[in-house]
Ligand binder design. Structure first.
Ligand SMILES: Nc1nc2c(ncn2[C@@H]2O[C@H](COP(=O)(O)OP(=O)(O)OP(=O)(O)O)[C@@H](O)[C@H]2O)c(=O)[nH]1
Ligand SMILES: [Zn+2]
Length: 214
C-alpha cells in the first residue's frame, strides 16, 4: 500500500537518522496486480486489432503495466521540518517545480509546473518536501483541480502554516493529442489558504514570488 510518512520531528537531533514516523495509507487505493494489468493491456491491444503474438508486441503488455504501476505509485518520504528559531515570518516559495500526472478521464498524462509557497508558523519545512508532496498526490488518477487542492490542504494541515498557496500550470495530452487538439494550451489552477488567501499584501507577494502578476 502506498503510504506517506507523517511529520518527522528533527528538533532534538537534526543530524541523526530520522524516525520513521506514523504511516497514513492513502484512501481508495489497493495494491496493483501486475499480472492482471498486463493481461488487460494484451486484451486492449487485441481489441484494437493488434496481434500480441507478434515479436515486437510480445513484451508490450508487461511494459505498459509496469509503466502505469510506476506512474501511479507514490514514493514514500518523511515530511522533515525544522524549528523556526529565527522567527522567519515571510513567505517561502519554490517555483517551477516540474511534475506529471495522469488524467482520470483518458489515462493520458498532463504535465507542467507548480509553484508552492507557505507562510511558516513555528516550523519550517525541508524545501524538497514541497516537490515531494506534489509528486505524492500527482502519482494518481487525477484532475488538476483536485491535485491542486489536495497538495495545499495536506501541507496546511501538516505544517500548521499561517498560509499556503499552490499554483499549477499544465498541458493536458487529452486536449493536445486528440479531441479538441488544442496543442500548447495550458490550464492554470490555484488553491490559496489562510493569510495567502485573506491578506492582500501576502497574496500579492505570493504571486510576485511565483513570477505571476497579482
Ligand atoms: N476539469 C477538468 N477537466 C479535465 C481534466 N482533465 C481532463 N478533463 C476534461 O474532462 C472532460 C471529459 O469529457 P467527456 O465529454 O466525457 O470526454 P470526451 O468525449 O473524451 O471529451 P473531449 O476531450 O472534449 O473529446 C474533457 O472536457 C476533458 O478536457 C482536469 O484535470 N480537470
Ligand atoms: Zn483527459
Amino acid at each position: 500500500m502506498a503510504e506517506i510518512a507523517a511529520l518527522t520531528d528533527v528538533r532534538s537531533a537534526p543530524h541523526a537518522e530520522r524516525p520513521a514516523g506514523r504511516r497514513h495509507p492513502l484512501p481508495g487505493r489497493q495494491e496493483p496486480d501486475r499480472e492482471r494489468a498486463a493481461a488487460a493491456v494484451a486484451d486492449l491491444l487485441r481489441a484494437l486489432g493488434r496481434d500480441t503474438t507478434e515479436v515486437n508486441l510480445r513484451e508490450t503488455p508487461r511494459r505498459v503495466a509496469d509503466a502505469f504501476i510506476e506512474m501511479l505509485t507514490p514514493r514514500e518520504f518523511a515530511l522533515t521540518t525544522f524549528p523556526n528559531d529565527e522567527g522567519y515570518d515571510e513567505l517561502v516559495v519554490v517555483r517551477d517545480i516540474p511534475f506529471h500526472s495522469l488524467c482520470e478521464h483518458h489515462l493520458l498524462p498532463f504535465q507542467g509546473v507548480a509553484h508552492i509557497g507557505y507562510l511558516p508558523g513555528e516550523r519550517i519545512l525541508g524545501l524538497s518536501k514541497l516537490a515531494r508532496t506534489l509528486e505524492h498526490f500527482a502519482r494518481n488518477l487525477q484532475v488538476q483541480e483536485r491535485l491542486t487542492r489536495q497538495t495545499a490542504d495536506w501541507l496546511q494541515a501538516q505544517l500548521a502554516a499561517r498560509g499556503v498557496g499552490v499554483v499549477i500550470e499544465a498541458e493536458h495530452m487529452c486536449m493536445s493529442l486528440r479531441g479538441a487538439q488544442s496543442s500548447g494550451s495550458r490550464t492554470r489552477t490555484m488553491t490559496l489558504l489562510g493569510a495567502v488567501k485573506d491578506d492582500r499584501r501576502t497574496r500579492e507577494e505570493f504571486f510576485t514570488l511565483c513570477g505571476l502578476q497579482a
